[in-house]
Ligand binder design. Structure first.
Ligand SMILES: *[C@@H]1O[C@H](CO)[C@@H](O)[C@H](O)[C@H]1NC(C)=O
Ligand SMILES: *[C@@H]1O[C@H](CO)[C@@H](O)[C@H](O)[C@H]1NC(C)=O
Ligand SMILES: *[C@@H]1O[C@H](CO)[C@@H](O)[C@H](O)[C@H]1NC(C)=O
Ligand SMILES: *[C@@H]1O[C@H](CO)[C@@H](O)[C@H](O)[C@H]1NC(C)=O
Ligand SMILES: *[C@@H]1O[C@H](CO)[C@@H](O)[C@H](O)[C@H]1NC(C)=O
Ligand SMILES: *[C@@H]1O[C@H](CO)[C@@H](O)[C@H](O)[C@H]1NC(C)=O
Ligand SMILES: *[C@@H]1O[C@H](CO)[C@@H](O)[C@H](O)[C@H]1NC(C)=O
Ligand SMILES: *[C@@H]1O[C@H](CO)[C@@H](O)[C@H](O)[C@H]1NC(C)=O
Ligand SMILES: *[C@@H]1O[C@H](CO)[C@@H](O)[C@H](O)[C@H]1NC(C)=O
Ligand SMILES: *[C@@H]1O[C@H](CO)[C@@H](O)[C@H](O)[C@H]1NC(C)=O
Ligand SMILES: *[C@@H]1O[C@H](CO)[C@@H](O)[C@H](O)[C@H]1NC(C)=O
Ligand SMILES: *[C@@H]1O[C@H](CO)[C@@H](O)[C@H](O)[C@H]1NC(C)=O
Length: 562
């Protein structure tokens, strides 16, 4: 009966489509959310402090949508800070106005003002997330985005009994903006966080945290889908569940070929969906997250825990801890990332660009600049191709759309100014960097290959890079210097992982490819907030195409002014 009704309705819509009346996608729902940015006292690790929240919640509310929906989020700023929200991983086709990075695609929403982010969720399903995109406010302003497949379309993996969002984060006992300000004044990295968290809670390995422990109950024999998000500011994380393996089925809202693993690695900005079977002896098991850090810098091994609790088991039992890879386990990291492959089926193809129109090679460098007022007379900095990015005073997208002169230059170089032995002996000389708001112009619908090369300027380190407005294919990665003659032969052009954030390995390189079919100004940056602040960022200006649906949409009327 119900089937018949649907059939009739579909036939009617098809009929309207055929006669050209009905051109919008059928049955797309409009999902509305109200986000009130407000300050709230929250207590963790024996300290209470005011934090910036959405609707007084920490983490903030989950956005639930279906592929094809239109989303309207009215963000009202009732905090004393300027605010903007980024919908991390949503492609925002022609619609950079809703992307969110402050001074890149919009000016911030000032205290007492509102802005409605209006976007469609097209061609994506899975887990993404949202977060503040101004200074370090994303430390507490973040939440999940769950995109369900279209009605009636199943997951391409066993249907879980239930699902749970697990957001990994960091907690500072002090006001985060104060911590950053102090670091900048001294010219040093700001204090590391005091705890890692799972769904905002550090778990019982931290002081006063017994009552701040996230727990999920499972029934024996059932399968669960965990939507894991790394919202940490500065740490790549290992995550594992005692006694249970996980089957990875999706990353960054793209289905993968399933594989089973005892631990996952997840960089800030990335998401990973895993299936877990509750088939072990009924007990309480810790889920745990701890940093991966294989660079010769201070290692933070603080471990956040949550509890996987079998139904009917007394909550007084002490849970079992999982074995996480050691913090410097490079081998595990490389092997894990090597297992990630796109599903690449006819229904979910991997459309990897095979021919490259534009070759880009960007070096990642840390450096020291003079700073007479700083503690050591110096200040840490970071650069791409020797350029440390300077934030503009107005949104770059507006400057591009309205042709406002003098805001940015379009001369970001395709290659580093001087080739050198990038990952050779540590270089401390010649660390000077050029500062500027310099972007790269990309022709509409051209195919781009970008090789991100870590360097030993000051130190090697891994860097998770995030590109706004696009997914890209991770076609290759390696240690040492990228070899343009030999390495491309080893690229995976069949089923490489497709994502929006990728880790460039410590002292190594990563090659990505994408088709520039989304016009706009798209930010690209290291997702370690520490490095973003030091200038490890740039943006692409993707030109409009000539066709009717190939140019940037007009800006919304309520776009915040500067
Ligand atoms: C979203 O989709 C609707 C229906 O097709 C369309 O009218 C609207 O312009 C789209 N919005 C954006 C921002 O693309
Ligand atoms: C938050 O806590 C501080 C003390 O830690 C207190 O002075 C302040 O009034 C509290 N604010 C709210 C909104 O409860
Ligand atoms: C957004 O929310 C604010 C505060 O509730 C309200 O004043 C404003 O009218 C809303 N804007 C829209 C477009 O609904
Ligand atoms: C940073 O840490 C140092 C040493 O623990 C401490 O003295 C200082 O107050 C901290 N700074 C901030 C802003 O929390
Ligand atoms: C998890 O996977 C490992 C390695 O494949 C295997 O040895 C182990 O038995 C598995 N554990 C469970 C609980 O399935
Ligand atoms: C973290 O490292 C310290 C010092 O190396 C060590 O004492 C401590 O046991 C480690 N903690 C964890 C949870 O691994
Ligand atoms: C990793 O760390 C452990 C413990 O600190 C150390 O013994 C080991 O040598 C390190 N391994 C590498 C490859 O650096
Ligand atoms: C100041 O610089 C010296 C030499 O580069 C370094 O050893 C020292 O750690 C620095 N001091 C601080 C507080 O970073
Ligand atoms: C780069 O430096 C490494 C380490 O010092 C060295 O082994 C390698 O030979 C150097 N490569 C070139 C091309 O000079
Ligand atoms: C970077 O730029 C500065 C300033 O123009 C220059 O002095 C330095 O040599 C450059 N460094 C490299 C590695 O190209
Ligand atoms: C982009 O280029 C590809 C390959 O030339 C072509 O198939 C596709 O239709 C183009 N897309 C647009 C929107 O122009
Ligand atoms: C907030 O943003 C506006 C517009 O860009 C700017 O003029 C103002 O200085 C900012 N305020 C703060 C506290 O950063």
């Amino acid at each position: 009966m119900a089937l018949n009704k649907t059939f009739l309705l579909n036939s009617f819509v098809l009929f309207l489509c055929l006669i050209g009346i009905y051109s919008v996608p059928a049955f797309a729902a409009v999902k509305k959310y109200q986000f009130d940015i407000q300050v709230k006292n929250v207590s963790r690790l024996c300290h209470a402090k005011p934090i910036v929240t959405v609707n007084g919640r920490f983490p903030g509310p989950t956005i639930y949508v279906r592929e094809g929906d239109r989303v309207l989020v009215n963000v009202t700023n009732n905090a004393q800070y300027n605010m903007s929200i980024h919908w991390h991983g949503l492609k925002q086709f022609r619609n950079g106005w809703a992307d969110g990075p402050a001074y890149i695609t919009q000016c911030p929403i000032k205290t007492g003002h509102s802005y409605t982010y209006d976007f469609n969720v097209t061609g994506q399903r899975g887990t993404l997330w949202w977060h503040a995109h101004i200074f370090w406010l994303r430390a507490t302003v973040y939440g999940a985005i769950v995109i369900m497949p279209k009605e009636g379309i199943p997951f391409p993996f066993p249907q879980p009994h239930r699902e749970e969002v697990l957001i990994l984060g960091e907690w500072w006992n002090n006001d985060v903006e104060k911590v950053v300000k102090q670091g900048n004044l001294l010219g040093l990295p700001p204090n590391a966080s005091d705890a890692h968290t799972i769904n905002g809670k550090p778990g019982p390995l931290f002081p006063c945290s017994e009552k701040h422990t996230f727990a999920m109950e499972v029934e024996h024999g059932k399968t669960y889908l965990l939507r894991i998000i790394n919202a940490a500011l500065n740490d790549e994380l290992f995550f594992a569940i005692a006694g249970h393996n996980m089957t990875v089925v999706e990353i960054d809202a793209v289905y993968t070929k399933p594989f089973t693993t005892q631990a996952i690695l997840i960089a800030p900005g990335q998401t990973t969906n895993v299936l877990v079977q509750a088939t072990q002896s009924p007990n309480r098991y810790f889920m745990a997250a701890r940093p991966f850090m294989d660079a010769p810098v201070a290692v933070d091994n603080k471990t956040a825990t949550a509890i996987l609790q079998y139904k009917g088991i007394p909550t007084t039992l002490l849970p079992i801890l999982p074995q996480l890879p050691s913090p410097n386990d490079t081998e595990f990291a490389l092997s894990y990332n090597g297992k990630l492959k796109s599903l690449n089926t006819p229904q979910f193809p991997a459309n990897v660009p095979l021919k490259v129109d534009r070759h880009l090679f960007y070096t990642i460098g840390l450096g020291i600049n003079p700073c007479p007022t700083c503690l050591n007379g110096t200040q840490l900095t970071a650069s791409l191709n020797n350029i440390s990015f300077v934030m503009p005073q107005v949104g770059l997208l507006q400057a591009h759309y309205f042709n406002i002169p003098g805001v940015f230059r379009l001369d970001f170089p395709d290659n580093p100014p001087t080739p050198f032995n990038y990952t050779g002996a540590p270089l401390t000389a010649n660390l000077g960097t050029t500062r500027g708001t310099r972007l790269s112009r990309i022709a509409y619908n051209s195919t781009v290959q970008l090789v991100l090369q870590d360097t030993n300027l000051l130190t090697v380190e891994s860097h998770p890079f995030h590109l706004h407005g696009y997914n890209f294919f991770v076609v290759g990665t390696g240690t040492g210097n990228f070899d343009p003659k030999k390495d491309p032969a080893k690229f995976n052009l069949v089923d490489p992982p497709e994502r929006n954030t990728v880790g460039v390995p410590t002292g190594g390189w990563t090659a990505i490819r994408f088709r520039a079919d989304n016009p706009g100004v798209w930010f690209m940056h290291c997702h370690l907030e520490l490095h973003t602040g030091w200038g490890l960022k740039t943006a692409f200006v993707v030109e409009n195409g000539k066709g009717p649906d190939q140019s940037i949409l007009p800006p919304p009327k309520d776009l915040p002014p500067c």
